[in-house]
Each structure stands twice: as C-alpha cells, then as structure tokens.
Write a protein that binds this ligand. Structure first.
Ligand code: CLF
Ligand code: SF4
Length: 325
C-alpha cells in the first residue's frame, strides 16, 4: 500500500463507509493524510481523571497515549468547552473535528459525555472524536453512540497480557485495584471487545500503539493482525516518550519506528503524520493555536476570512470554490 491514505475508495480493511462517514473521514486531519493541511481539530480538555497507571505516564502531564508531555492542559467544564468551541468554530471554520483526548481518560470522566451532548445539540454536523485507553469501552459504548461519537481512538500497546503487564502498573476497575497480568487481561479483553462492538456499531476506529523498544517492538505485528480482524481503520505507531517508570528506557529511533510501520502496513493502514498533540490543542495538526500568541491567532483568523471570501467569489464566478484554473 502506498504511503498516501486513500480512505474514500479503499479503507485498507474492506470496511464499507456510508456517505456521511466518508465526508467526515475526508475532513479528519488524523484519519486522512491529505486532510491534515486543510482541516483542523479542537481538543477539549474536560477529562482530568484516569483509571489506569501506564509506566510511561507522569500525571502532571497530558495522557501520553494521545498527547505529548508538557504542562497539563487547563481543565474546562462542559459549559466552558461549549463556549470555547463556539468561538473557535466561528473564527476558524476549517476546524471540522471536536475531540476529547484527556488530560486523563475521557471514559473515566462523565463530563466527556456532558460536553459532547452540548456540542452536538448546537453543531449537529460536526465530527465528534474521542481517545481512550479502552478499559471502560464496552460499558461506555452506548453513551458514546448516544452523544454521536463517530471516530474513536483506542490505545492498544499489547494484546499479550505478559507484555501489557510490563507497560501498565495497575488499573482501577469497578472500584478495585488490579495489578500485573490480571490487570492486563481485564484491560485487553475490554479493549478488544470494545473495539469490535464500536466497529459493528459504525464508529470508525483508530488504534494508537506506543512503541516501547525491548518490550512491545517485536509484538506490534501481532497487534496489527488482530486490528485487521477487528476492522480497525488505521493504526498510529507512536514513539515512547521516556518518563515516569520508563525514564531509563531508550525511545525508538526513527528507523525503528518506520520498520514497525512497514511491518504492520500489510494488515492495517498506517498513520505517519501524528503530532502527539496536547489535550487542549486546536487548529491544524502542524499549527497548534493553543500555543500561539494572540497576534498570530488574529492573523490566521483574518487569512481564513479572506480565503472564504475568495472561495465565495469563485463560486459565484466559476461555479467552483477553487476557480477554474
Ligand atoms: Fe484528537 Fe486523536 Fe481525534 Fe485526532 S489527535 S482525539 S484522532 S482529533 Fe491526531 Fe493529535 Fe496524533 Fe492524536 S495528531 S495525537 S492522532
Ligand atoms: Fe496516563 Fe493516559 Fe496511561 Fe492514563 S491512559 S495512565 S493518562 S498515559
């Protein structure tokens, strides 16, 4: 398969997507490589709590299964998130995806669903995206469908409990703490059952896998084969960020990551343009406006408005937004 994603005609796994989902994927900067330069996402940091402890996680930072470490994003209430979304979508209409990816696990925080409920009421056509460690996925899938999530990321770092037990220190499940292989078995079982149920329900699933040399690097192909069986749309192999209990481990080299992606590609389409963004990031993947000065944001706002006016003029003149030449 070529490096260009071509999800409209080929999902890479034989999945049939309806017209609405095709549009959403074509405008999703993470799911379609070509969309990354045109369309953006906004992350709403409404989910501070987590129900597991990964060995590479330091809780002063955003969830590193989806984000890069930095100062933890400021947590917003659902109402504050709605107001922020309103403002951002009005100023930057190229943002087509509203997502919750932390700073903890979205499924361990009811505020995630309250937020999406508010957003969906006001923006019924926007793509709602979520990212989770998958522990609560089977139980929370109905809530996800109720609020209208259409793209979902699940972090799967191992499907072998012996390997997973080296990556996650403990989980808290139904009020009880589990450790080691026992914890890993529960999490993997829930992740895989949850992914299957989500795919069957029509959600387009992406899997993030954190590549940890010496722990899961020889195992990623086995994960990819399983993802193919489950109907996962795309896989994102992310490099380990060595911190926490894994502070002494070496992250993979660019070559090691590339080799892992190439080995997995026959089984599931590979995402290669991830920016490991913050849980309050917004804008294009390559231009996180949450980290920009007010002045730069204002410039982007002005350019966006000018581009839209030009597109409207072309539409009136030539019948196409991009003009005829
Ligand atoms: Fe956000 Fe993730 Fe949805 Fe994208 S990010 S919840 S799928 S809208 Fe994208 Fe950011 Fe990489 Fe995530 S670049 S860290 S893959
Ligand atoms: Fe940290 Fe994310 Fe793992 Fe939770 S799922 S422990 S927030 S890296």
């Amino acid at each position: 398969m070529s490096e260009e994603n071509n999800p409209i005609n080929d999902t890479g796994n034989g999945l049939e997507l309806n017209e609405e989902l095709r549009r959403k994927i074509a405008e999703h900067p993470c799911y379609d490589k070509k969309a990354q330069h045109k369309f953006g996402r906004i992350h709403l940091a409404v989910a501070p709590r987590c129900n597991i402890q990964c060995n590479f996680c330091v809780r002063e930072f955003d969830c590193v299964n989806e984000s890069r470490p930095g100062v933890t994003s400021k947590v917003l209430t659902p109402q504050e998130s709605l107001e922020k979304t309103r403002q951002v979508l009005a100023d930057y209409p190229f943002i087509k995806v509203v997502a919750i990816a932390g700073p903890g696990d979205p499924l361990a925080n009811d505020e995630s669903f309250d937020t999406f409920e508010l957003i969906r009421k006001e923006f019924p056509d926007i793509t709602l995206c979520m990212s989770t460690n998958g522990l609560m996925l089977p139980e929370k899938l109905q809530d996800m469908l109720r609020v209208g999530v259409s793209t979902l990321t699940v972090t799967v770092n191992a499907i072998d409990p012996e390997i997973q037990a080296k990556i996650v220190d403990h989980i808290v499940y139904h009020g009880k703490v589990y450790r080691g292989v026992e914890a890993a078995e529960i999490q993997i079982k829930n992740q895989l059952a949850g992914i299957k149920a989500a795919v069957d329900a029509g959600i387009v699933v992406k899997v993030n896998t954190v590549l940890v040399p010496g722990i899961n690097d020889k195992h990623v192909v086995e994960i990819a084969r399983k993802l193919n069986e489950l109907g996962v749309y795309i896989m994102n192999i992310m490099p380990l960020i060595n911190q926490g209990a894994f502070a002494d481990l070496e992250p993979p080299t660019a070559e090691e990551r590339k080799a892992a992606q190439e080995a997995c590609e026959p089984y599931v389409m590979q995402m290669r343009h991830c920016r490991q963004c913050r849980s309050d990031a917004y804008g294009l993947l390559s231009q996180d406006m949450s980290q920009m000065s007010e002045k730069r944001r204002e410039l982007i706002k002005i350019h966006t408005k000018e581009d839209m006016e030009k597109a409207k003029e072309n539409l009136a003149k030539n019948g196409t937004e991009e003009g005829k030449d």
